[in-house]
Ligand binder design. Sequence first.
Ligand code: ATP
Ligand code: MG
Length: 188
Amino acid sequence: MRELSLNILDIAQNSISAGATLIEITVDENTQADRLTVCIADNGRGMTPEQVRTVTDPFYTTRTTRRVGMGIPLLCMAAEQSGGSLDIKSRFGQGTTVTATFVHSHIDRPPLGDIKATVTALIRMNPQLDFCFIHTFDGRSFTFDTRQLRVILGDLPPDTPEVAEWIGGYLDEQEKILSGVLIPDEND
Ligand SMILES: Nc1ncnc2c1ncn2[C@@H]1O[C@H](COP(=O)(O)OP(=O)(O)OP(=O)(O)O)[C@@H](O)[C@H]1O
Ligand SMILES: [Mg+2]
C-alpha cells in the first residue's frame, strides 16, 4: 500500500465492521519531533486482550470468507519500516484505538496521500455513522466533525450529493491551508 490514507480507510473499515457509531481519525504531523502519528479510535465492540495480542499476526482474522486479515499487519509493517511502531488499545465491549507512529522524514515513510478522499468516502458510504477528523501540522490544526455538520444540516443526510461535494471542497481547502499552499481568507 503506497499511501497512508488507504491504510486509514482499511483500519476505519475494521471499526465499521465492529459496529462503531463514532470513528475518530487523527493525523498529527510534527516536523520538529520528526514524527507522524495516525490514530483511529472507535466505540465498536472492541477486542479481548488475547485478540489484541494476535491481531498483528497476518494469520489471525475472524473473517470467514478469507483466512488472512491484512489491514492491521500492513499498517504495522509500514510503521516499522519507517522507524515507527503500531499500538492497539482495545477494551472488549467499549472500543478500539489503533495508533501508528512514523519517523516523518524517513525515506520509507509512505506519503499521507489523498486523506480528503478517504474521509469523504467514509462519510458518503456510512451516512448513519459519525466521523471526526483532526489533522494537525506543526501545531496548526483543523477539525471536521459530522456531529457538528448534522446540527447545520438538520434532516439532510451527509451523503446527499451536494453535501458530499461541499465536504470534499471544504476538506480540500483546509488541507491546502494546513500545508501552506493556500492563505486563509480573512473574511471567512
Ligand atoms: N476496530 C476493531 N474493533 C474490533 N475488532 C477489530 C478491530 N480492528 C480489527 N479487529 C479484529 O482484528 C482482526 C484483524 O483485522 P485486519 O484488518 O488485520 O484483518 P481483517 O479485517 O480480518 O481482514 P482485511 O482487513 O484483510 O479485510 C479482524 O478480523 C477483527 O476481528
Ligand atoms: Mg481489516
